[in-house]
Design a protein around this ligand. Structure first.
Ligand code: ADP
Length: 456
């Protein structure tokens, strides 16, 4: 059974149950009150009869005076002598006792009796005189009117219960349909995605309220968005890796083919093959690094590292690399320690500074600075180089992303993995990495890291 049908059934049964209990209570209470009133009425009538009754000296009943008594038309009564002979009856054709049990018992008793055509409430009262028991008076009230009232009440209550249950089930069916409709759409969309593998589909959110179901839909759409991005990134990543692998392999195959044709191990081809194999090895180690960082398998030291020492070390290495072509300088260096992995932090600095040198034309400058800002280590690498176009800025930390100018392949050109590696290392160490750049004026990469306790 569907959730909608179950909800409707449950609530309708609940409402029906409550109405039935309520109806039963009303029915019983009204019946009780009516019977109570009838009992009072027949008690009063019995008292009037006993008051009017004459008893002879021989303790015999003389009911003649009762002829003039006037009662409600629903009241029947009989006077019985001590030997159960009928002394008086109204109406006159009523020859059998109104209540045989009451007559036999000879005590005050209320009974409800039913004959072929009469349904009566009967009170039997023994008549006592100073000389002992003189007979029994039985007063009955015709319950036909009460029966009709009760029957009508029962019909009305049952009718109201059925109508209310029908209307409420209709309302619950419509409301639950509306509430659950986003879930139905979600199921349909999920089925469509499974069938077509099209992750771009979303559940329409125009009329969705911000309630629990709405939250579920928003989260579902959000998850789809992430999945789509992940799927797209994975696909692009595989395409990029294949592309990057194919180029050096084609070069190697070409060089080998050439040597085979020439039947000669020419040293130029061997150097080219060597270079391509180095390039492949670098790329595979970079990929391995990123894969391990992603899966959390990358071993990370967590020791206090003196950032200023690493900066000086890398500075000297890079200064040699830049030679006279580009001026590399340190504008500020504070003594700062952070928690982290020495080799990985060095790798970050190497990637950032080598990029700065690489993307700065001869005559330009690269400035390094390390300082404490807002209780954080702030390390910046600025250059006066080419800068990064605005449209490239949001993507430069993506894997295999390379700016227009670095796309031309050369032996020393990168794979677009250096900044992704730097980003993932800094992220693992609880820091952030930012970039500001103006095309033609240079770029500044800033790394923020939490200070180790020794600094605080
Ligand atoms: P690559 O191996 O191409 O340098 P990176 O991941 O290190 O890969 O850098 C990604 C891209 O970001 C580069 O292709 C380049 O376009 C841009 N870039 C990085 N650093 C700089 C910089 N200092 N100046 C200008 N562009 C830069």
């Amino acid at each position: 059974m569907s959730l909608r049908a179950r909800l409707t059934f449950l609530f309708t049964s609940l409402i029906g149950g409550v109405l039935l209990i309520f109806g039963a209570l009303v029915y019983s209470l009204v019946s009780f009150l009516l019977l109570n009133q009838i009992d009072t009425l027949i008690t009063n009538s019995a008292n009037r009869i006993i008051d009017q009754m004459r008893i002879t000296g021989s303790n015999e009943l003389n009911p003649r005076s009762l002829i003039f008594l006037e009662f409600n038309e629903n009241i029947y009564f009989q006077i019985w002598g001590n030997n159960h002979e009928l002394e008086f009856t109204r109406p006159l054709d009523l020859k059998t006792s109104l209540d045989e049990t009451g007559l036999q018992m000879g005590a005050v008793i209320f009974q409800t009796t039913r004959t072929d055509n009469l349904h009566l409430r009967v009170l039997s009262v023994p008549i006592e005189s100073t000389r002992g028991p003189a007979g029994i008076v039985q007063v009955g009230f015709d319950l036909a009117f009460i029966d009709t009232t009760q029957r009508m009440m029962l019909y009305v209550l049952v009718f109201l219960t059925i109508v209310t249950m029908f209307i409420s089930s209709l309302i619950i069916w419509i409301v639950s349909g509306r509430v659950l409709s986003p879930l139905v759409s979600a199921t349909n969309i999920a089925t469509q995605i499974a069938e077509t593998q099209d992750l771009s589909r979303r559940i329409p959110i125009e009329n969705i309220k911000n309630d629990e179901v709405g939250q579920l839909i928003f989260t579902f759409n959000d998850t789809l968005e992430r999945l789509e991005k992940l799927f797209y990134t994975q696909r692009r990543f595989i395409a990029d890796v294949s592309h990057e692998l194919r180029t050096p392999l084609t070069v190697i195959k070409g060089e080998i083919g050439l040597m085979r044709q020439m039947k000669n191990f020419d040293s130029e081809s061997l150097t080219s093959i060597d270079g391509e194999v180095d390039r492949l090895t670098r790329m595979v180690s970079n990929l391995l690094f990123l894969a391990q960082a992603d899966t959390g398998e990358m071993p990370f030291d967590h020791v206090i590292v003196s950032l200023d020492e690493i900066l000086l070390e890398v500075f000297h290495q890079m200064k040699t690399l830049a030679g006279d072509r580009i001026s590399v300088s340190i504008t500020n260096i504070d003594q700062i320690s952070v928690w982290g992995d020495r080799d990985k932090l060095k790798q970050v600095l190497l990637n950032l500074i080598s990029n700065a040198i690489h993307y700065t034309p001869p005559g330009g400058a690269v400035m390094l600075s390390l300082s404490e800002v807002d209780h954080q280590a702030c390390l910046s690498v600025s250059d006066t180089g080419l800068g990064i176009p605005k449209e490239d800025l949001p993507h430069i930390f993506d894997r295999f992303y390379r700016g227009e100018k670095s796309r031309k392949r050369s032996q020393d050109s990168g794979f677009g993995l250096g900044l992704s590696i730097a980003y993932s290392i800094i992220e693992k160490l609880g820091g952030t990495i930012e970039v500001t750049s103006t095309e033609g004026n240079g770029s500044t990469f800033t790394v923020w890291l939490p200070l180790s306790k020794s600094n605080i």
